[in-house]
Ligand binder design. Sequence first.
Ligand code: ZN
Length: 352
Amino acid sequence: MTPPRPESDAASFLERVRAFEGRHSGPPTEARDEVNKAMIRHWVDAMGDDNPVYVDDDAARANGFPGVIAPPTMLQAWVMRGYRSQPGGSWRAAADEPGEPSPQQELFDVFDEAGFTSVVATNCDQDYLRPVVLGDLLTVSSVIESVSPEKHTALGDGHFVTTRLEFTDQHGELVATMRFRILRFRPQAARAKTEEPLRPRPAVTRDIAFFFEGARQGTLLIQRCAACGRLRHPPRPACASCGSFEWDTVTSSGRGTVFSYVVVHHPPVPGFDYPLPIAVVELEEGTRLVADLVGVDPATVRIGMPVVAEMVAVDDELTIPMFRPVDAVLPSAAADAVPSSAGADAAEEGAA
Ligand SMILES: [Zn+2]
């Protein structure tokens, strides 16, 4: 059997894409507007950034600036074009080169032809050499810096493409640089149509990993401030009451009541069954969480309904807490309900 992609193919493909290293992604882009107060104000309003040096000349001067400065992270806002002014891609349709593909577009076409049709941004690092100030007119130029050998990633096999962007002012002086890395990858083969689609994965960050690990082990955990003891959910790094970053967890009894709920009919998302009752459950410990309701006719869900947690393995990789009306649980099981799959099995038997 010939493997689908012999080493020599991969090597010659890498050589082909690496030929783009060092080339400009496309023509430089000049900002449409000078750096101005109105755009800065809209940005800080949208971001909720209340640093006065971005809006107040006196505050800026008190901090050693000549007047208000632009937020450094606003860098790209000055040079970005509207989506509709870029048919087909950010560099493809330079106004002065209609129809002429840029080197970056050529590179992406090579990836497309080889099946690396998907893209995800992975890194963005910016270096600020001086504050951007009112009246600056920025220009960005971009060079394809490197293309990695083929890598195996959770998304699929692909190549990392790193571009280096240089932002210069109206005098040609460098004000900032940016490295932007993307992964061009082959999407993993779609699951067979006969297979049940998986539920969307939750975003498991370091803050919330304990919650899903607890669920996997059959416990419903609530984060607790180690300084003042206050419980909180959803998990987050610091206590809103005392500001402490120290925390541990307590195991919930799993008992609670329906605080609020919806029954979702539309739009249908693969991996879920409809109609889908979803509740905000108030646990007896006091915190609330959003979860599916199971073992209940959606038409009979009521606010205040007593429910008990069970950990449901929705597939091989994901276990999440769901809640079942206490009425649907065996009286003996409800009395000492523990949030575990064993409890769920008992409930199933009780229902049968
Ligand atoms: Zn606290």
